[in-house]
Design a protein around this ligand. Structure first.
Ligand code: ADP
Length: 617
């Protein structure tokens, strides 16, 4: 098979593997895209369904609130604010309270006291008057007003302790008793206590009680917020944030007051058909409608409403409402103009996402597996083809080498035999030389044929060794004798150094002899100008070691591992005839004996090949 057909085969195989892989990849990409589009469509569908459901729930809830307001039910939990409508405005809860005028007797004493205190600068007299007013007071407002003045004048008189006691009493007054600005007297007491270093607990209690009062005026809340700010932060933390919240709500009510007419115009026929208007931050939904007390304005905090709806149905997931017309969120529908619903991305991936993820992973893993298999198959194929091409080349080279190797001794034998037949040379010495050459060349021929036969047996896996105790010294000697003639004829000197007392080694004597012969032949072939070869047998580390040393061309270290491969010949040996079989046979024989071959060689200096065979003690 030539190189071209190998390439064709490799290309075909790659096509057979690569094409399905490409098709598979394309299909997978299409599949993943389709899945993704499907998942997106599902998300859109799911969102619009949610918007519809949430919108419906909002409408139902708000209608519920409107009905409850109309029926005069007091405790609608989502209701943030409600006030009586008056013309274009509304009356906030704290404005509903009419200030309580002091009773005449108490008023008289207080007025005298005030004159004595502020005009005549007679605090002792003022103290007396305020005390009198206090004893006359029947209404909580009267009592609180008198006590506040009493405490003030006590403080002026330097009686701080007495003043503090009165302020503590004042702080315990009911939060319903307010002055003409709607500020509970109790809050004044609490505020003074924080300034004079009175009991924080009493001050705190007073403020907490005041904060529970629904109709607290903005002025009262500001006072409370200011006083709470001076308390120990760890104790007043909750109170402060509640006050801040209340402040925002009151400010929102004040802002609403300015806008109510524009936001929720008064229906001319007094009907309650008005829609809900979005207002402020925090977002309120504001409406106007009838109630038992007449027309009212009321508001629901969007956050409270959202929480209530979600509480009813946790499956709805997380969402919140905002005001605006921007692209964020989804419009909640005509019933809620300018309101947008924001669905929060679910923390856990939805079932659709998960399915997509799983199928993507599966496809990616399959593709990776197919790709890996393709690459491995392609690599194996490439390696096989490469190896086959190389073996083909080597085999072709081998055939030509062997033919050449056979032709040379045959030509010599024939030439000398023909000369002898023609009676040349006539004398005995010349004839003997001719005959010796014929014998020598036939021996070389038979060694070559032995090697070829041995090699083909090894290749077919049919080489069997007859292992029995052998005298290695005798085996080595026999090999040296077999090659003696050739050695002499080529002018070599073969120096033997054989350790004689070695015990018998279990080996196939014939094949070991063949291995030694191959090494000796190589030593002669690759000796260059040198003419000395050494052959030794010695015991080393429990092994019998046969070594053949020459002083010839040597072997490059990079070539050394390869010269045992079949057909392989090092570049520096290519000027010498050979088929690249000898060493591969040597290696096979020695390995079959459980031994090993080693080389020590240096280019230009020579080589030593050692066969180490294990010895049985
Ligand atoms: P061949 O000698 O027929 O080429 P071998 O298998 O006997 O085949 O040897 C393989 C190669 O090892 C040789 O071609 C040569 O390159 C190298 N080689 C073997 N013995 C020697 C040696 N004594 N000195 C230098 N090179 C050697």
């Amino acid at each position: 098979m030539n190189r071209g057909s190998h390439r064709r085969r490799a290309a075909l195989a790659l096509l057979v593997i690569g094409l399905p892989f490409l098709v598979l990849t394309g299909l997978s990409v299409i599949l993943i895209r389709q899945e993704r589009d499907l998942a997106r469509a599902q998300v859109v569908e799911e969102r619009s369904r949610l918007v519809q459901v949430v919108g419906r729930r909002f409408r139902e809830r708000l209608e519920g609130v409107r009905l409850e307001v109309a029926a005069g039910l007091p405790a609608t939990p989502e209701l943030s604010f409600m006030a009586r409508r008056q013309g274009n405005a509304f009356v906030a809860a704290w404005e509903e309270r009419a200030p309580v005028e002091p009773s005449p007797a108490v008023g008289l004493q207080i007025d005298s006291g005030l004159r004595a205190e502020l005009v005549e600068h007679r605090p002792a007299e003022a103290l007396r008057r305020y005390r009198a007013a206090l004893s006359l007071a029947r209404l909580p407002e009267d009592e609180a007003r008198a006590r506040m003045l009493l405490a003030r004048v006590l403080f002026k008189l330097g009686r701080e302790n007495d003043a503090r006691v009165e302020y503590e009493r004042l702080a315990r007054t009911s939060a319903a008793a307010v002055d003409d600005q709607g500020i509970p007297f109790a809050l004044y007491g609490a505020q003074r206590l924080t300034v004079l270093g009175g009991s924080e607990t009493v001050a705190l209690d007073a403020m907490e009680t005041a904060l529970r009062e629904p109709a607290l005026s903005p002025a009262a809340i500001h006072l409370l917020r200011g006083a709470a700010g001076t308390l120990t932060p760890s104790r007043a933390g909750a109170l402060l944030s509640a006050a801040d919240l209340r402040l925002r709500s009151v400010e929102q009510i004040l802002a609403l007051k300015r806008e109510i007419d524009r936001l929720v115009p008064r229906s001319t026929d007094g009907s309650s058909a008005g829609s809900w208007a979005a207002f402020g931050d925090p977002l309120w939904l504001v409406a106007s409608g009838p109630s038992r007390q007449g027309e009212v304005v009321f508001a629901v905090a969007a956050d409270d409403l959202t929480r209530a709806i979600r509480g009813d149905d946790p499956m709805l997931g997380a969402f919140h409402l905002t005001r605006g017309w921007g692209p964020d969120g989804e419009a909640l529908g005509a019933a809620f103009p300018g309101l947008r619903l924001h669905l929060h991305a679910a923390a856990a991936p939805s079932a659709g996402d998960q399915r997509l993820l799983v199928s993507r992973r599966f496809i990616a893993a399959s593709l990776a597996a197919v790709l890996a298999a393709t690459l491995v198959a392609a690599w194996l194929l490439w390696r096989d083809v490469k190896r086959e091409v190389r073996v083909t080349e080597l085999r072709a080279q081998f055939v030509s080498s062997v033919s050449h190797e056979l032709r040379t001794p045959l030509a010599a034998i024939r030439m000398y035999a023909e000369s002898l037949r023609m009676g040349r040379p006539p004398d005995g010495k010349g004839r003997d030389e001719y005959l010796d050459t014929i014998v020598n060349e036939s021996e070389r021929l038979s060694r070559l044929l032995d090697n070829v036969l041995e090699f083909s047996k090894i290749e077919r896996g049919e080489r069997r060794y007859t292992i029995e105790p052998a005298d290695l010294a005798a085996v080595v000697q026999s090999a040296s004798r077999a090659i003696e003639y050739s050695v002499r004829q080529h002018g070599f000197s073969l120096e033997l150094d054989l350790q004689q007392d070695l015990p018998p080694v279990r080996a196939d004597a014939d094949s070991i002899e063949q291995a030694v012969l191959n090494l000796l032949t190589n030593a002669m072939k690759y000796s260059g100008q040198s003419r000395s070869i050494g052959l030794t047998l010695a015991r080393k580390n429990g092994h019998a070691v046969i070594a053949v040393r020459d002083h010839g061309i040597g072997i490059d270290p990079a070539e050394q591992p390869r010269i045992f491969e079949k057909y392989y010949r090092a570049p520096n040996a290519r000027g010498t005839t050979g088929a690249g079989l000898g060493l591969s046979i040597v290696s096979h024989i020695v390995t079959a004996h459980g031994g090993q071959v080693t080389i020590e060689s240096e280019p230009g200096k020579g080589s030593t090949f050692s066969l180490a065979l294990p010895m049985e003690e």
